[in-house]
Design a protein around this ligand. Structure first.
Ligand code: AVI
Length: 325
C-alpha cells in the first residue's frame, strides 16, 4: 500500500493514463455513460471471462472450439503461414488446435498480443509443450502489438493474423471496418486474416448466454466497478449496481450495462473527478454484435480482403472466416 492507502499505480503508466482518460471521457460528461470493453480485462476480469467460457449457456467459445477441432487441418492448409500473430490470445486453448495443425506441415512462429499479463501467462502455459513452436508474448493493445509483431517479421514468409472468439463483435459498426482496414494496411499481399464471429440467433439463447443464472457474467461486469476502486481510487459500492444484458434485434447487438439502483455520487480520488448517477441510469460496458455471414464478407471486402474460406458451427451458429490480403 502507498502512503495514501491506495494500491500502487500500475507499472505501465500508459495503461493507467488510458484507463483514466477513458473514465473521464465516458463517465465525466453529460451524455450516456459508457466505458470501452477492454477495461473489463484486468487479472480478475480475465479469470472471470475464462469462467464464462465454461458456462453451459455461453455457447460462443465451445462453438469456435468445435470448428477448430473439425477444420484446423483445412484452415492450416489454406493459410500456409510461417508466422501466426494472435490479437487477444487469452488462454490460447483453441489456438493450440490450429498451431498443432500448422506445425504438422512446417515450422511456425507464434506471437500472442494481449492487454492482460495474466492472459499472456495463460497463453504461455497452454503452449509450453508444443515442440518446434517459437512463442513471443507482447503485452499491448491490439494495434500497437500488431505493429510490434510485424516489425520483427523480416522480408520473407507469410503472416496469418488471428482475431478469434468473436472479439470483432465488441467493436461498433464503424470501428469494426476501420479496424479491419488498419489490419489490412499493415499486411502484405498474400498474408491472411482468420476471424471468428458469433452469428445471429434467437434472443432467448443470447440473453441466457449474457445473463447466466450463476451470475458469472454479472460478476465479470461488476468487476469493472471494483477495478475502478482498486486502480483509480474510486468509491463505487458494487452492491448498488445491477448487471443488465439486453438484445436489440435491429442492431443485432447484445449490450451489457451496469444499472445504478439509486441516485448516487462517486468520487475518484486519483482523478479528482466526481460522477453523479441517477437512480436507474446505466453505464454501457460492452456491445457484442451478432454477425451475418454476408455482412462480415462485405466488411472484409471493404477493407481490401478477399474471401478464402468459411467454416461454420451449426449447433451454436458461429463462423470462422479466412481472408487473404
Ligand atoms: C470477448 N467477447 C467476444 C465476449 C463476448 O461474447 O462479447 C465477452 C463477453 N461478454 C460477456 N460475456 C462474454
Amino acid at each position: 500500500m502507498s502512503a495514501c492507502g491506495l494500491a500502487p499505480l500500475p507499472a505501465d503508466g500508459t495503461a493507467f493514463e488510458r484507463f483514466a482518460a477513458d473514465v473521464r471521457a465516458g463517465l465525466g460528461g453529460p451524455g450516456r455513460k459508457s466505458l470501452p470493453p477492454m477495461h473489463l480485462y484486468d487479472a480478475l476480469g480475465s479469470a472471470l471471462f475464462e469462467a464464462i467460457t465454461r458456462l453451459p449457456e455461453y455457447g460462443v467459445w465451445r462453438a469456435e472450439r468445435r470448428v477448430l477441432e473439425r477444420h484446423a487441418n483445412d484452415i492450416a492448409a489454406c493459410c500456409q503461414a510461417d508466422t501466426v500473430i494472435e490479437l487477444g490470445s487469452g488462454s490460447a486453448t483453441k489456438t493450440r488446435l490450429l498451431l498443432e495443425a500448422s506445425l504438422r506441415r512446417h515450422p511456425v512462429s507464434y506471437v500472442a498480443v494481449d492487454v492482460s499479463p495474466s492472459a499472456l501467462e495463460g497463453t504461455r502455459a497452454t503452449l509450453r509443450d508444443l515442440d518446434g513452436l517459437a512463442v513471443t508474448l507482447v503485452e499491448a493493445d491490439y494495434l500497437s502489438g500488431l505493429e510490434r509483431a510485424l516489425q520483427a517479421r523480416g522480408n520473407a514468409g507469410r503472416v496469418l493474423v488471428l482475431f478469434l472468439g468473436s472479439s470483432l463483435g465488441n467493436y461498433a459498426a464503424g470501428e469494426a471496418s476501420r479496424w479491419l482496414g488498419a489490419i489490412r494496411r499493415s499486411l502484405r499481399s498474400g498474408d491472411g486474416l482468420l476471424v471468428g464471429v458469433d452469428l445471429d440467433k434467437p434472443a432467448r439463447r443470447l440473453l441466457s448466454a449474457y445473463a447466466d443464472p450463476l451470475g458469472v457474467t454479472a460478476a465479470f461486469n461488476l468487476n469493472l466497478l471494483a477495478r475502478m476502486n482498486r486502480e483509480l481510487g474510486a468509491d463505487f459500492d458494487p452492491s448498488s449496481f445491477r448487471h443488465v444484458a439486453r438484445f436489440d434485434p435491429r442492431t443485432r447487438d447484445v449490450e451489457m450495462h451496469l444499472r445504478s439502483l439509486r441516485a448516487q455520487q462517486v468520487h475518484f480520488a486519483r482523478l479528482g473527478l466526481s460522477v453523479v448517477l441517477r437512480a436507474g441510469e446505466t453505464i454501457h460496458t460492452e456491445s457484442s454484435h451478432k454477425y451475418r455471414t454476408e455482412e462480415l464478407d462485405a466488411l472484409a471486402a471493404g477493407a481490401g480482403f478477399r474471401p478464402a474460406g468459411h467454416w461454420r458451427d451449426d449447433a451454436w451458429p458461429f463462423l470462422e472466416a479466412l481472408y487473404t490480403a
